[in-house]
Design a protein around this ligand. Structure first.
Ligand code: SAM
Length: 283
């Protein structure tokens, strides 16, 4: 049974980490003319009003996107990935001066689709899929009610020369970490050049190790990895303390471009926040 709803967490530190990475990757890929298929295996609703009951309950965006928005004038002076991301975030607001909505991955992926590109958005939860269907998205974006991991495999190889995939599960079941690893291994056999982004939570139980071990055991080792620790895991305390991203076949220069942005973002997310990135070789 699916109970996770991203609206409770919209705009939190993990969303900032994930969507900045997504923006940096997509931006790089869109510099070349050849067509891209983007696949979002776990799309969610697409757009989250911050005043909605679910989002207002925890207000996680206060330790995520909100402090960046407040300081956006200064942050944008530095240019680069962060300035572009903040400018895009303003475009997602009905009133560009006020942060009232947080855009999800379907919005970040669809906003710059060109005529030659396509986007497939999978969402399994019927209610979340209905919300997604109601969103206005630009470009050729298909919303599919179904399992994103199976959906990904069934669509490979894609008809476009390039492929970019975001895998952002809710990891409600422990087995999902291993399932994601198996799916990625199968997908990379069918689409060796695909650029694939995978998000995972850092939890006190360290469950993401099953994902990394699955990839390592399957022979997929040279993967770029970045982890953002929001706070140190407290003894006996449950819940996510950090956010992890893997990028298979990362665009050239990603580590540097994103590193510059994250160096300015991380101090605003919390006193204990820290960020590290580099090649993961299966240790
Ligand atoms: N990617 C979204 C974003 O960045 O805005 C957030 C996605 S949220 C973390 C995970 C979503 O995956 C939830 O909406 C959940 O209903 C959906 N989901 C769970 N299992 C799924 C599956 N097997 N296939 C597709 N969607 C699934």
């Amino acid at each position: 049974m699916l109970s996770y709803q991203h609206a409770y967490h919209a705009g939190n530190f993990a969303d900032v980490h994930k969507h900045l990475t997504l923006h940096a990757v997509a931006d790089h890929l869109l510099r070349k003319k050849s067509a891209i298929t983007f696949i979002d295996t776990h799309a969610g609703r697409g757009r989250y009003p911050l005043a909605a009951e679910e989002t207002a309950r925890l207000r996680e965006y206060r330790q995520g996107v909100a402090p960046l928005w407040t300081r956006r004038a200064g942050l944008m002076e530095g240019g680069g990935v962060l300035a572009e991301w903040l400018a895009a975030l303003a475009q997602a607001q009905p009133d560009a001066e006020r942060l009232t909505h947080y855009p999800g991955s379907p919005w970040w992926l669809s906003r710059r689709l060109r005529a030659q590109d396509r986007l497939l958005l999978f969402e399994l939860h019927p209610g979340e899929h209905d919300h997604l269907t109601d969103q206005r998205l630009s470009g050729e974006a298909r919303r599919i009610h179904g399992d994103g991991l199976q959906g990904l495999l069934s669509r490979l190889p894609v008809p476009t020369p390039r492929l970019c995939v975001l895998v952002d599960p809710s990891y409600e079941r422990k087995a999902e970490y291993a399932e994601v690893a198996e799916t990625l291994l199968a997908a990379m056999r069918k689409a060796r050049h695909a650029v694939v982004l995978v998000w995972y939570p850092l939890l006190p139980e360290g469950r993401h190790r099953a994902l990394l071990e699955g990839l390592r055991d399957g022979g997929l080792r040279k993967v770029w990895r970045a982890e953002l620790d929001h706070h140190a895991p407290a003894d006996g305390k449950r819940g996510m303390h950090g956010s992890g991203m893997l990028v298979i076949n990362p665009p050239w220069g990603l580590d540097e471009r994103l590193g510059e942005a994250m160096a300015r973002v991380v101090p605003l997310l919390g006193r204990e926040a820290n960020y590290r990135s580099g090649w993961w070789v299966g240790e």
